[in-house]
Design a protein around this ligand. Structure first.
Ligand code: GLA
Length: 387
């Protein structure tokens, strides 16, 4: 009786369900807003401090500091998590010194904190570190299956030692291997913008790096911004431009510069992956990383990357339309001295009449019927939410 009912229900569902035919395998439903979390690379590189204990401490701190609550979900391990050779069956082996209990134990710990877990590999024969850990090229299916069995939720897939094989082919092979595991795994393409991934990777990965590596300097952050800001039309829900991970808190930029870095990444709908030691973060660093009103611009449901409406003389005006009809405006002063940066309601495409401006760093509110303007310190950024 019950079986008949279930069969009838199944038949009915088949008749009434919309045809879910051929959804592109790339549409894994993930990263509807840009991914947020932590990655150890900018802090540790392959240093000895990159261990199971370190990763657990980071996961603990994400929770205790309120960063998880603010949206930082993924705990991602970068290069150097593996032994330099596969085992006799061809499986990747976790580094025995850094991760004596294996990777699954770390993933389980991270999951136990209500967080998600990510891992790194390269679409080549070896990863990028000079020591050369085994890469995924030609091992896509087996590696993806192993990662899924460990509970991996996120893969950063690099570009080193690629043997000159076509990039789209290499990255698509891993996309398909990840999809075949049946586990939802966010797929972060890291080929440094070499093959213009913005033109082909929306059907392949959830994000793609647009430039070479960031480092903890204003000059590098600025040059990456200038490249990535031009690519806005290629980004959207599920497929984002990635200007590389955050340096906020690593100590070689000023807090003013870190606020610019964070503001500009949010205006560009960039993945927000913390890369500093949050276990020892200063209150200034935490105030930047936990600015929920700036994070809300990054995570806005409309999913439109901001674009520049002017930049003469290094005085940048960036505009980002938001889901509720508000418009975010960033006034970024690239130059070495304080400057007034001005735009207007009409220039940003807001209607006429009185509008409310909220400064998302100072938290001050004001109103305007025309001019939007601020005195902005050297290397600083003022961000307004215009309502
Ligand atoms: C490349 C990537 C970096 C990092 C290193 C690891 O340089 O672009 O983000 O993953 O490899 O070796």
């Amino acid at each position: 009786m019950r079986r008949t009912f279930v069969a009838a229900l199944a038949a009915l569902t088949a008749l009434t369900a919309p045809a879910v035919a051929t959804a592109a395998p790339s549409d894994n439903g993930l990263a509807r807003t840009p991914q947020m979390g932590f990655n150890n690379w900018n802090l540790t590189h392959c240093g000895a401090q990159f261990t199971e204990g370190f990763v657990k401490g980071i996961a603990d701190t994400l929770v205790s500091s309120g960063l998880k609550e603010a949206g930082y979900t993924y705990v991602n391990l970068d290069d150097c998590w593996a032994e330099s050779s596969r085992d006799s069956l061809g499986n990747l082996v976790p580094n025995r010194t850094r991760f004596p209990n294996g990777i699954k134990a770390v993933a389980d710990y991270v999951h136990g904190k209500g967080l998600k877990f990510g891992l790194y590999s390269s679409a080549g024969t070896k990863t990028c570190n000079a020591a050369g850990f085994p890469g995924g090229l030609g091992h896509e299916k087996a590696d993806a299956k192993l990662w899924a069995s460990w509970g991996v939720d996120y893969l950063k897939y690099d570009n080193c030692n690629n043997q000159g094989v076509d990039a789209k082919q290499r990255y698509t092979a891993m996309r398909d291997a990840l999809a075949a595991t049946g586990r939802p795994i966010l797929y972060s393409i890291c080929e440094w913008g070499q093959n213009q991934p913005w033109t082909w990777a929306a059907g392949v990965g959830n994000s793609w790096r647009t430039t070479g590596d960031i480092n903890d300097s204003y000059a590098k952050m600025l040059s990456i911004y200038k490249k990535n800001i031009t690519l806005g039309k290629y980004a959207g829900p599920g497929h984002w431009n990635d200007p590389d991970m955050l340096e906020v808190g690593n100590g070689k930029m000023t807090d003013t510069e870190y606020r610019s870095h964070f503001s500009l990444w949010a205006m560009m709908s960039a993945p927000l992956l913390i890369g500093s030691d949050i276990r020892k973060a200063s209150s200034a660093t935490l105030a930047i990383l936990r600015n929920t009103e700036v994070i809300a611009l990054d995570q806005d449901a409309k999913g439109v990357q901001g674009n520049e409406i002017s930049s003469a003389g290094g005085l940048h005006v960036v505009r980002k339309p938001l889901a509720d009809g508000d418009i975010a405006v960033a006034l970024f002063n690239e130059t070495d001295s304080t400057a007034r940066i001005s735009t207007s309601l009409s220039a940003i495409g807001a209607g006429s009449g009185s509008h409310q401006l909220k400064d998302l760093w100072s938290k001050a509110s004001s109103t305007t019927s025309g001019t939007i303007s601020a005195s902005v310190p050297a290397h600083g950024t003022v961000v307004y939410r215009v309502h």
